[in-house]
Design a protein around this ligand. Structure first.
Ligand code: URA
Length: 191
């Protein structure tokens, strides 16, 4: 089975098991993810926003534009990486995903990562970080790569601030851009 058909099957499973029915009922699309299925780097955000819900693609609004700009600074494009979220439906009014929503989607994110098999997982914001680096504070560990064992393989987690949170906050924006410049070095280290 190709990665693409495995991901399609996973999407069908989320629908047939009726994961987070309240979110599903008000969403236009289930946003699974987008990008290169053989990518070494996977980015994980929080949940789709309005534009993502309408287009069915992750990070296509303002935060996504900022993410694209940062990718360009390290000579990467979207086609080089894979981008997804922990929660796959848009929460109403862009509220934070609830703990039970994150919990419900976590096994599907784990399966998705097992299909793609990235070497580096870049978490965007605390919601996706907390699954890989529990009990940690993003303010303390952002930009610091950590090696962990995930499922049956080793992976490096690079926790970053969320681009939407950093977009209009000058200090955080600069910190995120500085942290992002560590990506090539982390890639080098896993070769
Ligand atoms: N913010 C996220 O966390 N994910 C998206 O897909 C868009 C904005």
């Amino acid at each position: 089975m190709t990665k693409s058909s495995q991901l399609a099957a996973l999407k069908s499973e989320i629908i047939s098991k009726n994961i987070c029915p309240d979110l599903a009922a008000q969403a236009h699309n289930l946003v699974m993810g987008d990008g290169n299925l053989d990518a070494e780097i996977v980015f994980i955000g929080e949940a789709p926003g309005k534009n993502e819900d309408l287009q069915g693609l992750p990070f296509v609004g303002a935060a996504g534009k900022f993410l694209d700009e940062m990718l360009a600074t390290v000579n990467l494009e979207r086609k080089d990486v894979y981008i997804t979220n922990i929660v796959k439906y848009r929460p109403p009014n862009n509220r934070d995903p609830l703990p039970e929503e994150k919990q419900a989607f976590w096994p599907y994110l784990a399966k998705q990562l097992n299909i793609i098999q990235p070497k580096i997982i870049i978490t965007l914001g605390r919601h996706s970080m907390e699954y890989f680096l529990p009990e940690q504070k993003i303010s303390a560990i952002h930009g610091q790569p950590k090696r962990i064992t995930f499922g049956d393989h080793k992976v490096v987690i690079l926790p970053l601030f969320h681009p939407a949170a950093a977009l209009y906050n000058g200090g955080m924006r600069q910190t995120l851009m500085d942290d992002f410049l560590k990506v090539p070095k982390v890639l080098e280290q896993i070769k």
